[in-house]
Design a protein around this ligand. Structure first.
Ligand SMILES: [Zn+2]
Length: 433
């Protein structure tokens, strides 16, 4: 374990080690006391963004769509306050409506939000807003105020509620470090600043700042129609009537002239045509996810059946169907969906972890271990995988190897029922006095 991992596991110590003294705020030019340097921002990004992307069913396999998004982002990034950051703009396969930025410049929008926008200017507004968070260094600012502790706590408390993990409950551990736990939650102040920077960047890049007001209007109407799909977006980027009013105000003042520029609708529709072709499937998956969350498994299954009949090779659709089967305690039925998902998107890790859990549910720990090792190769650094490998080895009767994994796990997480289970085993086996 390197020092950075160690820092992340110990709230309270992190802040003092990360203290790097004064730095210049790239946006205001003022000296400010920030906790993280650029190198650390990039390191945190590299450590966390792959896990969030996997939770969101991976980066879209549509290379042209990613190039389109990256092109729009680059046009603005080169005119931003921090043009030297290693930006990467991508679409992730999640169905819900969201976008986010990691501090090193990894910026993503979900396919769920891409489906709802109607012009390139709206996408530029969305991307510009996220760029605003990176440029104003809001992540570092939030870390300084204790978000670091929140992330660690969220990671540690996802364990199942019983004395030790039951096979059914293992399903809850899968694929995630806690929904959205890795995402920054911004303040209203941060949001106001990101909106203003977003408009500045999009204007410099030649877009119509009107796209920002259109984007906010769309988000407001979507949140009325399907609040579930926007929950995380509004939890991380608090929306307010004041944000929209401020945006409208600057359209009438600062951006009076450029706001009249025609919106790039056709180009947006052309570039998102392949995505919009499967819109009915994506909407059915959104419904399925919401039903799954309400534990209405049969109704969720119906929606996912519908989605898969419309888009049979859709990775998120297949994985969601497998999750539904697993929630109904039908691991054997889940497996063909996972096998198909893996075949369609071999470099995406989530299906491997779920496969491992189905094998645990079927009391096949050796096959479970192989699947978790596969996951760990594709996406290293998930503490849950370390625990699950230990758990598989324990079921296989390989105490020493299991103890090694449990000890590794306890270095990553020292709270919750998984940690308790790991500790009890180490004690019971005589590794801990
Ligand atoms: Zn925001």
């Amino acid at each position: 374990m390197n020092r950075r991992d160690f820092i992340w596991t110990l709230p309270g110590i992190g802040a003092s080690v990360w203290l790097t003294g004064c730095a210049t705020d790239p946006v205001t030019g003022k000296q400010s006391f920030v906790m993280m340097g650029k190198e650390q921002e990039v390191a945190v990004d590299k450590q966390h963004s792959p896990h969030q992307y996997s939770e969101d069913y991976g980066v879209s396999q549509d290379a042209a769509l990613n190039r389109y998004m990256d092109g729009i982002g680059d046009r603005m990034a080169s005119r931003s306050h921090r043009p030297d950051m290693p930006y990467r703009f991508q679409v992730v396969n999640a169905n819900y409506v969201n976008a986010y930025a990691f501090p090193g410049g990894s910026i993503a929008a979900t396919r769920g939000i891409l489906l709802e926008m109607e012009s390139e200017d709206e996408l530029a507004a969305l991307t510009g807003h996220e760029l605003g968070h990176v440029n104003a260094r809001h992540f570092a600012e939030r870390q300084a105020k204790g978000t670091l502790v929140e992330i660690v706590a969220a990671t540690a408390t996802i364990a199942a509620s019983s004395k030790y993990p039951q096979y059914g409950e293992l399903a809850q551990l899968v694929g995630s470090l806690g929904g959205g736990a890795l995402l920054s939650h911004y303040s209203r102040e941060n949001e106001r600043e990101a909106d203003a920077l977003g408009m500045e960047y999009m204007n410099k890049a030649g877009y119509s700042p009107q796209g920002m007001a259109d984007l906010m209007d769309m988000l407001n109407s979507q949140s009325r129609e399907k609040p579930n799909a926007l929950e995380l977006m509004f939890a991380t980027h608090p929306m307010s009537s004041e944000r929209l009013a401020t945006t409208r105000q600057s359209l009438q003042t600062t951006y009076k002239d450029s706001a009249k520029k025609p919106l790039q609708r056709e180009r947006y529709m052309d570039n998102t045509a392949r995505l919009r072709a499967i819109k009915p499937a994506i909407l059915a998956e959104q419904k399925g996810e919401s039903l799954l969350g309400q534990k209405k498994f049969n109704e969720a299954e119906d929606q996912l059946d519908k989605a898969l009949s419309l888009a049979p090779d859709d990775y998120p659709g297949l994985v969601l169907m497998a999750k539904t089967q697993m929630a109904m305690k039908k691991p054997r039925e889940a497996q063909p969906y996972l096998a198909r998902a893996k075949a369609i998107y071999p470099t995406e890790a989530q299906a491997s972890q779920l496969t491992g859990v189905t094998h645990l549910q079927l009391k096949q720990p050796d096959r479970a271990l192989a699947a978790f090792q596969d996951y760990d190769r594709l996406l290293p650094g998930n503490p849950n995988t370390t625990f699950l490998m230990g758990f598989s080895l324990e079921q296989m009767g390989q105490k020493q190897a299991a103890a090694q994994q449990y000890a590794n796990y306890l270095r990553l997480s020292n709270q919750g029922n998984q940690a308790q289970h790991a500790f009890n085993r180490l004690k019971g086996w005589g590794y801990v006095k």
